[in-house]
Write a protein that binds this ligand. Structure first.
Ligand code: PMV
Length: 339
């Protein structure tokens, strides 16, 4: 968090300002099964960041929201600032600001319904609807910036809980893994409803993350899996068990720095996600291209049907795998280290 109040630029009186950031994320193991109580593993992707900046505004103006590089709420002109009061009730940005103010803002006077006079601007380099945690990262940055504006430094699990509430708008029934890994900014081993554990990485490893260019709604894919699970519970419980077992084995492989086993487990996890019906031709093509180019393992990451895939690579094969992914149609490729 960055509080620059009291630091006006030379010769001008800048309005006080506050800002905070949050990273993107990638799920390495266990998506979907995690909604049904199995373990999952996720890592922060610090190369991608959401930033929330707050500046003090004219007295009586209330809270204004602006998302210059993100879609605004339905009906608003993209990028145009809008008053929080007029945003739809389910606008995630409005909900994030509102929940954070309700938790951290002490009214300067006991006037019901009063808002602070601020402008909240959110920017993000995390692609939207691509399984990289854009929604949770934006909400985390907003919650942190509002806390900073209110002079508070809340514990990470409080931030994570507030973001979970916002994520319910995007996802319907989120497991809580996105808000946890983004708020804690560390690799985590996650079981729904159980305390979050930091995953110690025995040997740092590199990931190549590639975007299919296809937007995918997490809510839709999670809804599809739920419907299939209701139709054939036994088959799906077995699939979730297999995915959970892969995540458990991956935890020990990562802890002991065994990247070969970790990679093979990613391949296995991708096969199970295909069985679950959440892959897509584009995802399968990128996963196949990464494997053929020498990745230790590859799988889709996030809800599926589009979005991103992730490949585990040795540092000297990262360039070759990234090139193969671009040639196979990836619209964005990033290389990131996990440690
Ligand atoms: O699409 P993402 O990156 O938000 O990932 C969703 C992960 C799921 O396991 C499919 C859903 C969840 O809430 O855990």
């Amino acid at each position: 968090m960055n509080d620059t109040s009291g630091l006006p630029a030379a010769g001008t009186v800048a309005p006080p300002s506050w800002s905070a950031t949050a990273p993107g994320k990638a799920i390495l193991f266990g998506e979907h099964a995690v909604v049904y109580g199995r373990p999952a593993i996720a890592v922060p992707v610090t190369r991608l960041q959401a930033t929330a900046s707050i500046v003090a505004a004219e007295a009586g103006s209330g809270v204004w929201l602006a998302t210059p590089d993100l879609p605004g709420p339905a009906g608003s002109e993209s990028g145009q600032p809008y008053p929080m009061r007029q945003a739809p009730d389910d606008d995630p940005l409005r909900v994030a600001v509102y929940l954070a103010l309700a938790s951290f803002w002490v009214l300067p006077e006991p006037a019901a319904g009063r808002e602070p006079d601020i402008r909240v601007t959110v920017t993000s380099s995390i692609p939207v609807a691509r399984g990289l945690g854009s929604g949770a990262a934006v909400a985390t940055a907003v919650v942190r910036a509002i806390a900073c504006f209110c002079g508070k430094d809340p514990p990470t699990d409080q931030v994570s809980r507030l973001v979970f509430e916002v994520d319910r708008l995007h996802h319907g029934t989120p497991s809580g893994i996105d808000n946890a890994v983004i708020a804690f900014e560390q690799p985590i081993y996650f079981v729904r409803g159980v305390e979050i554990t930091r995953l110690a990485v025995g040997r740092p490893f590199e990931l190549v993350i590639a975007d299919t260019g296809v937007a995918s709604s997490t809510r839709r894919v999670v809804g599809y899996v739920r419907q299939r699970w209701q139709e054939s519970p036994q088959r799906h419980e077995q699939l979730f068990d297999r995915i959970g077992e892969i995540a458990r084995r991956a935890r020990s492989a990562i802890q002991r720095g065994d990247v070969g086993t970790t990679g093979r487990l990613m391949d296995e996890n991708h096969e199970q996600l295909k069985n679950l019906g959440v892959s897509s031709p584009e995802l399968d093509r990128l996963v196949g291209a990464a494997q053929a180019a020498g990745a230790l393992g590859a799988k889709l990451s996030g809800a599926g049907w589009g979005g991103n895939m992730v490949a585990l690579v040795e540092p000297d094969t990262a360039g070759r795998v990234a090139g193969a992914l671009r040639e196979s149609g990836a619209t964005q490729v990033i290389v990131t280290e996990v440690s």
